[in-house]
Design a binder for this molecule. Structure first.
Ligand code: SF4
Ligand code: SF4
Length: 157
């Protein structure tokens, strides 16, 4: 447990702390319903998701769908930094051809070009781009052709 988590737990159990109550948006296609959640800091995300998630295989995105980051586990303590959590189904999507929309490039928080890497996997510049990828998966989520770009970014990296 890191310092942030210890603080969140402290606030959660300190009944006199007026800031302990927190609101955030919980949404996504893996949930029965989307809602604004009122909770205390220090609550574990897994507790909140019990009985709310309708599928077994899902991905949690902290923050917005375009600029958010994927968290690896539901073992996550809610604190005041949480504004929105999206719970998205891991669907077996069939990819179609790239339509050159540029969404993967425009939305990459690392200002990388996953489309270039997809097309030029053996080029030196592609390897350089791969080494800078933070694995956030945003490019895959925004791609209208459902190409798993982040998988290509991770391959051989
Ligand atoms: S997974 Fe890598 S390439 Fe894709 S959006 Fe995130 S940082 Fe950019
Ligand atoms: S987001 Fe998908 S369809 Fe658009 S340019 Fe990138 S790879 Fe092609």
């Amino acid at each position: 447990m890191n310092v942030q988590s210890v603080l969140a737990v402290y606030y959660a159990f300190n009944q006199n702390c007026e800031n302990a109550v927190h609101y955030f948006t919980l949404a996504g296609n893996a949930l029965e319903n989307s809602a604004v959640i009122k909770t205390k800091w220090g609550v574990n995300l897994q507790e909140l998701l019990n009985n709310l998630v309708s599928v077994q295989d899902y991905t949690i995105i902290m923050g917005g769908l375009l600029k958010g980051r994927v968290i690896p586990s539901t073992d996550y303590i809610i604190d005041k930094s949480v504004s929105a959590i999206f719970v998205m189904k891991n669907e077996e999507n069939v990819a179609s051809a790239c339509i050159n929309c540029g969404a993967c490039v425009l939305n990459c928080p690392g200002k990388l070009n996953p489309k270039y890497v997809l097309d030029n996997p053996t080029k030196k510049m592609a390897k350089n781009q791969k080494s800078k990828c933070m694995g956030c998966n945003v490019c895959s989520y925004v791609c209208p052709a459902k190409i798993n770009l982040s998988k290509y970014m991770k391959e051989g990296n």
